[in-house]
Design a protein around this ligand. Sequence first.
Ligand code: GAP
Length: 453
Amino acid sequence: MVDPNVMEKIVALCKRRGFIFQASEIYGGLNGFWDYGPLGAQLKKNIRDHWWRAMTQLRDDIVGLDGAIIMNPAVLKASGHVDTFNDPLVDCKTCQGRFRADQVDKIPCPQKPSKCVADCHGEKTAPRNFNLMLKTYLGPVQDESAVAYLRPETAQAIFVQFKNVLDTSRQKLPFGIAQAGKSFRNEINPRNFTFRSREFDQMEVEFFVHPDDGFKWTEQWLADRLAWYEAVGLPREKIHVLDVPEADRAFYSKKTYDLEYEFPFGVQELEGIAYRTNYDLGKHQEASGKPLEYFDEATKAKFIPHVVEPSAGLDRTLLALLCEAYAEERVADGDLRTVLRFKPCVAPVKAGVFPLLKNKPELVAKAREVEALLRPRMAVQYDDGGAIGRRYRRQDEIGTPFCVTIDFETLEGIREGATAGEKNTVTLRHRDSMEQERVSISALPAKLLAAIG
Ligand code: GAP
């Protein structure tokens, strides 16, 4: 059964241990914005790097891009964002709150005691369209001609650079362009911690295919993306695949799958995989007047490629991994331990390194030696504070998969009956099983690297 307070506990852990802080906290925060602390920044980087490697290094049919956040506003006019990237907004005349009309039954009302908007029966205005793009002005004169937007998705830079990438990367259909980066949406009701934010990171691929192959590639991407989520730590059974019905799809999409995760606050979207036909390139070709066609050498045919778009949220993946990893359990001594069971590949710290006692210079020197051996190869934390059990708990709580303790046996080199190969050993403690084994220092880096992947 899901603990009803689990989200509160996760939010508290994130703050206590430096994963995620409210943005601008000392000024009262800013709704919909979050700062990732030391461990959160590393966790986020590990997930992004895992995705980037899976997309651009482990396969040869996808190349990367790092486009500008602010684009010529004509891009977002042609893509339809300026005119139609809207959510329906209603105002409540009683509490003065503003709500997304399609989520009124789920959002708390600002009246105290707080009620759900649907129960407050305050008079609401008729829904009206609210454009989600954040606006800014370029240059010194702040008039309509200077308006620009913070990108609401990373995808558009990929479409408008399609030709440059095609001409410079020697790719042939089918091939993709991947981009990870910030996107901004002026969400009416940011909520559920980082789940719906106003500034967030996306990881998107636009995969260009022959028009006959769109459905086939949509199925392939569904399989590939499910495998990726499993590789970073979300079990297949916790991911729901929604085959989005035609009435709920964008009019140009012939097929869309939503991948949803069982968050503690409900089953919610992690990623959309959309077969977008040739809509985006077609619109940009029409509006820019520049050809965005593909010439097929083999058939001598010229056409606008179709696109399959797996579009994932990095902050949402990170939140799902936190929810999946979080556990509380009774351990042998009756203590309650909180543990984040991150897969080693995403864990922000891979190994804790401890001298058994901090007032024994030989133990400290050896522990510093082990730290120096591991540090160039992986993220490690050196900790000499308090009893060893407390140090294990501290690492459990941030999801460190391995702890290495330098103890008297390390110094003695040989325990009773030990062979020469067992000299110079340390205690390696495993987070999930809490089992301990002795490992020789020389074998340690390779052993840990193999487990981290
Ligand atoms: N290019 C297609 C596109 O942007 P989307 O469904 O609007 O599609 C893709 O967004 C993903 O981006 C979502 O599945 C989600 O993971 C993430 N995302 C969208 N809006 C978000 C928000 N306000 N906060 C956090 N993540 C968001």
